[in-house]
Design a protein around this ligand. Structure first.
Ligand code: SF4
Length: 268
């Protein structure tokens, strides 16, 4: 079985960018673009609130770990889980041992999202990727997890079915192919573009095929330095987002895009 090297791991969060829009994924992870909009800022604050609750906690028969580093060498992914709950396993269920706790426990990843459930399966794929990382790391089986949506304040349980696992594995392979190919797909205007914070960099209405977003931006920044106001004060270039190890640290990438919880809809 092919196993990726540590240096070749890519961020789990890139999967949801890819499911949302392949071009967006390339703009962020190949061309190093990132832009905040109110939705991405809200999402970042939600994750910060989760982090503030501390690294671990016990609630009855549930043990809770937060900001857990993740890695899967089989799929070439790394990142960080918002929350991993460990539920007391039923007598006949597969589970793992936890230090200082009796019995067997089943991991249950929980991902926090700012908005509401989306049409694309980007959140489910991201959560499933976290489960696949945990399965490899803990040598166990994880049947389900949950997505918590800030707008609806509802927790949606997600079963890691063979179908979802297959889709997640295929998306990880597509992500590696996209990054290795180093070609940003052309833009095509879609309704979801209105929720994408990269819309101005992407320019779907007048995208010239031979002109990359990076070169377009370079010309705009040059104009700005020459005295123009610059249309996107929040836009800043980023260095490569390639993950660097199990910790999921992503070089100089801003926290918002680094975090697996970054929402595809919002530009993630
Ligand atoms: S504006 Fe539309 S085509 Fe461009 S990156 Fe965003 S979602 Fe993709």
């Amino acid at each position: 079985m092919l196993m990726y090297a540590e240096d070749d791991l890519l961020p789990i969060s890139a999967l949801q960018h890819l499911v949302f829009c392949e071009r967006q994924c390339a703009l962020i992870h190949l061309e190093g673009l990132w832009a905040e909009n109110p939705l991405t800022v809200e999402g970042r604050h939600l994750h910060e609130k989760v982090d503030e609750q501390g690294p671990s906690e016990s609630r009855g028969d549930i043990r809770i770990a937060r900001s857990l580093p993740l890695r899967c060498l089989r799929l070439g992914l790394s990142g960080k889980a918002d929350v991993v709950e460990f539920h007391k396993a039923d007598a006949d269920a597969p589970g793992i041992r936890l230090e200082g706790a009796r019995g067997l426990w089943v991991a249950f990843p929980v991902e926090y999202k700012r908005g509401r459930p989306k049409r694309e399966r980007c959140d489910e794929v991201q959560l499933c990727a976290q489960a696949l990382c945990l399965e490899e790391m803990l040598k166990t089986t994880i049947p389900q997890g949950a997505l918590f949506y800030g707008q609806t304040k509802r927790r949606l349980e997600v079963a890691f079915t063979p179908n979802l696992r297959n889709e997640t594995e295929k998306t990880a392979a597509r992500l590696h192919a996209l990054i290795a190919g180093r070609i940003t797909p052309k833009a095509s205007r879609q309704p979801k573009c209105d929720n994408c914070s990269l819309i101005h960099a992407c320019l779907p209405d007048n995208n010239a095929p031979e002109k990359s977003a990076a070169s377009y931006l370079a010309s705009v920044f040059a104009e700005t330095h020459a005295g123009g106001p610059g249309p996107w004060p929040y836009l800043r270039p980023r260095s490569s987002l390639r993950a660097t190890g199990a910790s999921g640290s992503l070089g100089s990438a801003p926290r918002a895009a680094e975090r697996d919880g970054q929402e595809g809809k919002s530009a993630a």
